[in-house]
Design a protein around this ligand. Structure first.
Ligand code: M6R
Length: 581
């Protein structure tokens, strides 16, 4: 979690850093700060969100600077714990994304040597350690090189010193990308703050330390000079803006037809790794929405290809690893989820072949896994996963189609059209019911059960209404006790084998006083009779109905949250990229 930005060049650094931090707020937004070099170090940091602030930060002077937007781990969100952190003499400033696991021991040592700490953060030890190393030789690069081997945990670090015209950066297990402009360089947690200025990027490897001056970037690994490839990023600056939509989430929901179309076309027989083509069993490891995508595909792969699929929460896998063999797939939009990356490492240690499915080029998961399939969703800024979820399904459905000798290729290649249609569905009656709900149940069967899990996750995370997804048949084994007129049920009820039993389930729920919103197929005559509100979806293939029903649930959560005046793009207590266990 946390976002960092650094700039060195001919322009004033602070405005560039402030704008960059606003784009990284999806990584954390409880406090922010910037430090620049202007003879001495100028520092400005505050509790709160940089996007809400009309603060003085942007007026800091200097053409070299570093900044941070925080998701608190060590110490409450307040002005003092906000980054950057300084050494005792205010000559060195540090911003950090990650966790220094051995900070307590390092802090004890530093305090015993007379260092005075101001904050409760783990990060501050880095500033004081560099201070010690810097005093000996007054060379910031070599001071940082001496300090990083002493740190345990994860870090992307940007460091400046008041009398050096450069930024020293270091990375281990936290993302860090360098932007290469003309006579200027950028460093950031991802490309979003950089893409407006340059599309040329360098992704650092774990253990790299680099020095950025106005003229050049020098990269070192274990003390030796190394080169890293220059990559061209095909995102545009517009992709990272709201483009006229009131929220990123709505924009990203509307980008789903394109995300699905682009991703489906990117997964071909040529791009599929051999391990996937020959898979006899699959283990999927993921968290949150990515886990729900995995569960949808478990239903689909097992039922259409007879391939056994085991699904594991990455956070459980680490401590309770099941016996696994064969292909292990890690799904992660950000590619930085700590639990998923650890699980992939463990799977590799068990001699499994690992495949990452991610949206972010050169992300940690793609460096860890044996091979990677990239989604083509483009940058997703809103904390709630939407287009990345649809793109994950696009990759996994393409794999399914390949394993069925292309059976679903045509269906998937035209799937974006049905997605476009559902974006226009009127949900106002359903929203009116939801905004007054005390709690909402979502139910479905087969792949529509994980669709209900994902729908309920969207609702709870952005509207703060308690919502639970259930396999429809399970509701009567306990949760029925909670049904009441204030507890609507959203039932996904598509034609097929389970249609009849779903209708019976809906009647049972109605008989217990719960209002029912039914999502079904256009032309259905029974659902409008049995449900209070019927939301018709286009007639299409069951694979695509998984997508269309899901998108309706995203929109329902979105409009409910907007009606309740929630902070849709930055829901309370959350961050998009969960880089802590
Ligand atoms: O980046 P990842 O896909 O690994 O993230 C996993 C979860 O944190 C994520 O899917 C989360 O549940 C969503 N943001 C919820 O909308």
């Amino acid at each position: 979690m946390c976002g960092i930005v650094g700039y060195i060049g001919r322009r004033e650094a602070a405005p560039i850093i402030v704008e960059g931090l606003k784009k990284l707020e999806y990584r954390g937004y409880d406090s922010f700060g910037v430090a620049t070099i202007n003879g001495c170090i100028e520092l400005d940091k505050h509790q709160g969100r940089i996007s809400d602030s009309s603060s003085s930060t942007v007026n800091l002077k200097g053409k070299i600077g570093i900044g941070h937007t925080r998701w608190a781990t060590h110490g409450v969100p307040n002005d003092v714990n906000a980054h950057p952190h300084m050494d005792c003499n205010n000559r060195i400033a540090v911003v950090h994304n990650g966790i220094i696991e051995n900070y307590a021991e390092l802090k004890r040592q530093l305090v015993s040597r007379g260092h005075v700490f101001r904050s409760e953060t783990d990060t501050e030890v880095v500033a004081h350690l560099i201070e010690d190393a810097y005093e000996k030789e007054e060379d910031l690069l070599s001071a940082v090189q001496k300090v990083v081997p002493r740190l345990t945990g994860s870090y992307a670090l940007l460091v400046i010193a008041s009398n050096e015209d450069r930024i020293i950066v270091a990375r281990y297990a936290s993302p860090l990308v360098l932007g290469v402009g003309d006579g200027e360089f950028f460093a950031a947690s991802d490309m979003t703050p950089i893409i407006d200025y340059t599309e040329r990027a360098i992704f650092l490897e774990d253990g790299d330390v680099a020095s950025l001056t106005q003229d050049e970037i020098e990269i070192f690994h274990e003390g030796k000079r190394v080169t890293r490839p220059l990559e061209l990023i095909d995102w545009s600056g517009e992709d990272t803006k709201k483009g006229g939509f009131p929220h990123y989430m709505l924009k990203e929901i509307y980008e789903q037809p394109q995300a699905f179309y682009n991703t489906v076309r990117s997964v071909t027989a040529e791009t599929l790794p051999v391990s996937v083509k020959n898979a006899e069993s699959v283990t999927i490891i993921a968290c949150g929405s990515s886990y729900n995508a995995g569960l949808i595909i478990k239903y689909i792969l097992e039922n259409t290809c007879a391939i056994p699929v085991r699904l594991e929460f990455a956070s459980e896998f680490k401590y309770f690893p099941p016996p696994i063999r064969g292909l292990v797939i890690g799904i992660s939009q950000s590619g930085e989820t700590a639990d998923t990356i650890t699980a992939i490492k463990q799977a590799k240690a068990h001699n499994c072949t690992s495949l990452a499915i991610t949206n972010v080029l050169a992300s940690s998961i793609s460096r860890t896994a044996d091979c990677t399939l990239f989604m083509r969703a483009g940058p997703e800024i809103s904390v709630a996963a939407t287009k990345s979820f649809i793109a994950q399904l696009a990759v996994l459905m393409q794999i399914t189609s390949f394993l069925r000798n292309g059976e679903f290729d045509d269906i998937l290649r035209s799937g974006h059209r049905a997605i476009e249609e559902v974006l226009l569905i009127d949900l106002s009656d359903a929203v009116s019911l939801c905004i007054n709900a005390h709690s909402i149940f979502y139910v479905g069967r087969g792949p529509f059960y994980p669709v209900s899990l994902e729908g309920s996750l969207k609702m709870k995370e952005i509207s703060y209404i308690h919502a639970e997804g259930y396999a429809a048949g399970e509701l009567k084994h306990g949760p029925f006790a909670l049904l009441s007129p204030e507890t609507p049920v959203i039932a996904i009820c598509m034609p097929g084998e389970t249609y009849g039993v779903m209708i019976s389930n809906i009647k049972e729920m109605k008989a217990r006083g719960a209002p029912v919103i039914a999502i079904g197929e256009e032309g259905d005559l029974e659902l409008p009779e049995v449900a209070d509100i019927f939301i018709p979806l286009p007639v299409t293939h069951p694979l695509i109905q998984v997508l269309t029903s899901l998108i309706v649930l995203q929109l329902l959560a979105y409009y409910t949250a907007v009606s309740l005046n929630r902070d849709v793009d930055k829901p309370r207590n959350l961050a998009k990229s969960v880089t802590v266990e």
